[in-house]
Design a protein around this ligand. Structure first.
Ligand SMILES: O=C(O)c1ccccc1N[C@@H]1O[C@H](COP(=O)(O)O)[C@@H](O)[C@H]1O
Length: 207
């Protein structure tokens, strides 16, 4: 069964929208560079406005360990997504507290071997500029796509089925193509993204 994450949540209404659409996980971006950055208080309120079955993922890029752990705790995150060039020790230290989605660009795929059997680290492949809405070359990625990895990068309702058909990721994640403007969800796009990913699971994956 595919896992579907809707990222860039910045409000209670958008958290409820994504949860009601059937998302498995909501992303809350704490990276200072992001146009969708949220405070811990906003993320906590939005994350707690949905049921406990929906994962609350704190998204970080190039931030110190103390900041990642402190914000995740105060925002009541249930897992952590890590972008950027990071040492294995750093990722291990976060993974001691939270399940980690370790995000790699195609150029960094050598790092995938490090996390192959780690019980708390799941890989996610994303475009070089996270949150830019640019899609990866799925066919080129196919030979090296790590089994069990998630896929992000330019996904939306109109291309998620094709991406799943090519790479059969364990999860899909999107933000840019689900918005009216940065930080504000497009209801129709969120609903169609989740529904299309669910339908594509039935078509592309062994049951
Ligand atoms: O979206 C952002 O602003 C962002 C900033 C810093 C790190 C990650 C960010 N978003 C992540 O980017 C990918 C895919 O985004 P898109 O669908 O291509 O726009 C996703 O993992 C977001 O969590």
């Amino acid at each position: 069964m595919i896992r579907v994450k809707v990222c860039g949540t910045t409000s209670v209404p958008d958290a409820v929208l994504s949860a009601e659409a059937g998302a498995d996980a909501l992303g809350f971006i704490f990276a200072p560079v992001s146009r969708r950055r949220v405070t811990a208080a906003v993320a906590r309120d939005a994350g707690l406005s949905v049921g406990p079955s929906v994962a609350r993922v704190g998204v970080f890029m190039d931030q110190g360990l103390d900041e990642v752990l402190r914000l995740s705790e105060s925002a009541r995150m249930s897992s952590v997504q890590l972008h950027g060039p990071l040492s294995s020790l750093y990722v291990e230290q976060v993974a001691a507290y939270y399940p980690v989605l370790r995000v790699l660009r195609p150029a960094d795929l050598a790092e995938a071997a490090v996390w192959k059997d780690h019980p708390a680290v799941t890989l996610m492949l994303d475009a070089p500029a996270p949150g830019s809405g640019h899609a990866l070359d799925w066919a080129a990625l196919r030979p090296a796509f790590p089994p069990g990895a998630w896929l992000a990068g330019g996904l939306g309702p109109d291309n998620v089925a094709q991406a799943m058909q090519v790479l059969a990721p364990a999860g899909v994640d999107a933000v840019s193509h689900l918005e009216l403007r940065p930080g504000v969800k497009n209801r129709d796009a969120v609903l169609r993204f989740v529904q299309t990913a669910r339908a594509a699971t039935a078509a592309s994956y062994p049951q």
